[in-house]
Design a protein around this ligand. Structure first.
Ligand code: ADP
Ligand code: MG
Length: 450
């Protein structure tokens, strides 16, 4: 592996671990300029970058190099007079290869800000995200007319950006005359701030109200930005009244975004709200298979099963683990077997992270209330059953991060609103009822005890 290839591999790992904004800022114009007997020199564009890489990212870079089996004795950063420009052709070539960096910027459509790699075709649907997906597929048929605004929420790495962009891409493709625009919140806010500073807010609004579909990702960052919220509120109303589609994502539901103006919150709540939870085992397996397919490579089924079983939190981590193994496979021209996979992923998969799953939660709740496991699934309104069932639902939400439709489904095909109600009931109950709070604590300890 030559030094350029090595650096591309490092970058592709870094990209998975830090935000896109940070990645572009700090790593865009970097390269390994020398690599001799364990002495590696990374070229950076300016002293600011050098300092930042040394202080903030040195450990990360070293770890990744080590994982790529590179022996590093000394790592340093050097400012190179001419910016390290990577010829575009190199990236293009690299992009098609499995483990390599996909430079976001290259896939970006300048008019929409959308990345063409996010589509419905490569988006796996399971109980954890089916409500959000269903809403998305309804919107692409008739933007602006149903589910407006569409608000998607869920933790990091669960596919919010992917879904939002897939919706945008599909509308852009099917409705040639519709103007689709995607913004990260940061970018949107910067636009407003600049417009205010340049006294061009009027132009800003005129320009933005032309959009037929406005997508804003991660609106939790609007919290506390009063001026931006105000301008957004006006824009929102203009677009909404014209039946323009507004699509928003956040890491939490509208009511949980603190310092969000009440009128904006009620606007968000006025449309369709869907959450995305953590993927269940089947969905994790399907996602891994999809990614292996996308990357045009192969990986042992046992290895895939191992990852699906052990990397549970979110899709981004799942993808990170997969990429690491694929990179190893490519670099060493040797297949990764189960033993090797366990070894390579030992830092990612911490055995101390006790596995929690649906079965375990059910068993603990049933035992605690001296019920049979199947009692929890009875369609009973008896008090002795209703409460334990609500507790089980609550734990699935809180500890397994399951989506509401998934929970409803597991408990005998109940509606997702039943699951929401159960979780709210217990969350509120804990605050008022000391005994319930105590019971929950005891069960929680058991859930994590073995
Ligand atoms: P979020 O915006 O919620 O933090 P992303 O949309 O950035 O998450 O997803 C993280 C990674 O996981 C992306 O590479 C994305 O393509 C992938 N991903 C997430 N959900 C799915 C899914 N349902 N099917 C396939 N890939 C997914
Ligand atoms: Mg995102």
């Amino acid at each position: 592996m030559d030094k350029q290839e090595l650096w591309q591999n490092v970058l592709s790992q870094i990209q998975l671990q830090i935000s896109q904004a940070n990645f572009s800022t700090w790593f865009k114009s970097t390269a390994i300029i020398s690599r001799q007997k364990g002495h590696i020199i990374v070229g950076v564009p300016n002293s600011f970058s050098r300092e930042w890489l040394e202080k903030k990212y040195n450990r990360l870079i070293l770890n990744i190099l080590e994982e790529l089996s590179e022996k590093v004795k000394h790592l340093e950063y050097k400012i190179v007079a001419i910016p390290v420009t990577q010829p575009v052709s190199v990236y293009k070539e690299i992009q098609s290869s499995a483990n390599q960096l996909e430079l976001e910027e290259l896939n970006l459509d300048k008019t929409t800000n959308l990345n063409s790699k996010y589509t419905f075709d490569n988006f796996i649907v399971g109980p954890f995200n089916e409500l959000a997906h269903a809403a998305g597929t309804a919107i692409i048929k008739n933007p602006g007319r149903i589910y407006n605004p569409f608000f998607v929420y869920g933790g990091v790495g669960l596919g919010k950006t992917h879904l939002l962009q897939a919706v945008g891409n599909k509308i852009h493709q099917d409705f040639k005359n519709k103007k689709v625009k995607y913004f990260s919140s940061e970018r949107f806010i910067t636009g407003i701030v600049n417009a205010i500073r340049n006294q061009s807010i009027h132009q800003f609004k005129e320009e933005y109200r032309q959009f037929d579909v406005l997508i804003i990702d991660d609106v939790q960052f609007f919290a506390g930005k009063e001026k931006s919220q105000e301008e957004f509120f006006h824009l929102f109303n203009l677009l909404y009244e014209d039946n323009k589609q507004i699509i928003i994502s956040s890491d939490r539901p509208p009511r949980a975004i603190s310092a969000l103006e009440e009128r904006l919150r009620s606007r968000f709540e006025g449309g369709m709200i869907a959450d995305i939870g953590s993927p269940d085992f089947e969905s994790r397996s399907a996602i891994l298979k999809q990614k292996v397919h996308d990357k045009k490579t192969l990986l042992d089924d046992l290895v895939l099963e191992y990852i699906a079983n052990n990397v549970q939190k979110n899709v981004r981590e799942l993808e990170g683990a997969l990429n690491r193994l694929i990179a190893w496979q490519e670099l060493n021209s040797q297949d990764v077997n189960l033993e090797l996979a366990k070894n390579l992923l030992r830092k990612t998969i911490n055995p101390k992270n006790k596995r929690v799953d649906f079965q375990k939660v059910i068993k603990i709740v049933a035992d605690f209330y001296s019920l049979d496991k199947k009692d929890l699934f009875l369609n009973s309104r008896k008090k002795e059953i209703v409460k334990p069932r609500q507790v089980a639902m609550y734990f699935m939400r809180k500890e397994l991060n399951s989506s509401y439709p998934f929970i409803g489904n597991k408990f005998g095909g109940k509606d997702h609103t039943t699951a929401i109600y159960a979780c709210e009931k217990i969350s509120q109950g804990i605050k008022k009822d000391e005994q319930l709070a105590e019971e929950i604590e005891v069960m929680k300890e058991k859930i994590y005890a073995y």
